[in-house]
Design a protein around this ligand. Structure first.
Ligand code: HEM
Length: 301
């Protein structure tokens, strides 16, 4: 099975497991897009030539989402939230960081992902609970830490008060061609808070964000973690050691809701010169799956 067929299968599996909601993304179905500005503080210039990270301010589009492929799940039934950021450079170039409120993923390879979704599909009966999925997948040792983290996961109190992780490693490349493995993390300006019990009715997060934005911009600081030799760059189920250096490289200021312009596609491998996606097979596989989902939803399927 080639990459295209595997990606097609992944999207089919998600549809069979969770249902088809015409016009919606096949994962992270419900969300809102906002207009923002990103200002680099220049600290990343030592490691990368990427224009949006070396200094100055660029426009950005940000989509906050609930992870569920079913747009009708209540807000607290999707403990994992997504934050997709597309930097829109003045010369038309684009770069994205697609992140979630979990620091690890539950599958190391596309094959494992497809297998797990198909097992889930054969067991699921109505709405799944992340706790049930955990016991189902104990046979996947690589996935254990990701699933453990997911089981304990609670939604943030607001889209604006969660920390978001891009999970995969990328390489920053500087003027001398030196490659430095990094991982991205977004930290909210607001205090990190968990959603109080009973607060997660349908649409609460979107309404809360509108209210917040009516009082002023919502901010996030962007950090990179620097990998050291031996830190895995190909495995989204593994965290790097806690003591890895963490550098703040810029600030995102979210201003207003804009709507999902032309059904935007946030491609996790979209980068400029100065950044390279790592060899992580899940990362390399995602763009194809996203394109297939985008095509289907644009066709109203
Ligand atoms: C096998 C692995 C994965 C598959 C098959 C997959 C599949 C998908 C699909 C089909 C979409 C909808 C794309 C669209 O219609 O535009 C999507 C969206 C999304 N995924 Fe994944 N995904 C995977 C891994 C991940 C990982 C590791 C992360 C964490 C960083 C992630 C975070 C997101 C987010 C935040 C969105 C929403 C993007 C937006 O707002 O447009 N996914 N995923």
């Amino acid at each position: 099975m080639d990459k295209q067929e595997k990606a097609e299968k992944a999207v089919d599996m998600i549809e069979q497991g969770f249902g088809v909601y015409p016009g919606y993304r096949r994962a992270h179905a419900r969300g809102e897009v906002y207009e923002a500005e990103f200002t680099a503080n220049g600290a990343a210039a030592r490691w990368t030539t990427a224009p949006h990270f070396t200094g100055g301010t660029v426009q950005a589009a940000v989509r906050f989402s609930h992870f569920s492929p079913d747009p009708l799940w209540l807000d607290d039934e999707s403990p994992v939230k997504g934050m997709a950021v597309r930097f829109e450079l003045p010369d038309g170039q684009r770069a994205s960081i697609v992140s979630v409120t979990s620091p690890v993923f539950f599958a190391k390879t596309p094959e494992t992902f497809n297998e797990m979704v198909s097992i889930y599909r054969s067991f699921s009966n109505g709405k799944p609970r992340l706790g049930d999925l955990f016991s189902l997948f104990l046979n996947y040792p690589d996935s254990r830490s990701g699933l453990k983290a997911l089981r304990k996961m609670k939604a943030p109190a607001s889209f604006a008060s969660g920390a978001y992780y891009a999970i995969h490693a990328f390489y920053f490349v500087n003027e001398e061609g030196r490659r430095q493995p990094i991982k991205y993390e977004w930290e909210p300006d607001a205090e990190i808070e968990r959603l109080p019990h009973g607060k997660g009715e349908f649409g609460y997060f979107e309404r809360e964000m509108e209210e917040r934005l009516s009082r002023g911009p919502v901010g996030f600081r962007l950090f990179i973690r620097l990998g050291r030799p031996g830190d895995p760059t190909d495995d989204p189920t593994k965290l790097w050691p806690e003591n890895r250096e963490r550098i703040e490289i810029g600030h995102l200021s979210i201003q207003r809701r804009t709507g999902d312009r032309e059904g935007m596609l946030f491609d996790p491998c979209e980068v400029t010169a100065g950044i390279e996606p790592s060899e992580d097979r899940i990362l390399r596989f995602r763009p194809e799956a996203y394109r297939i989902s985008h095509k289907r939803r644009q066709e109203g399927r």
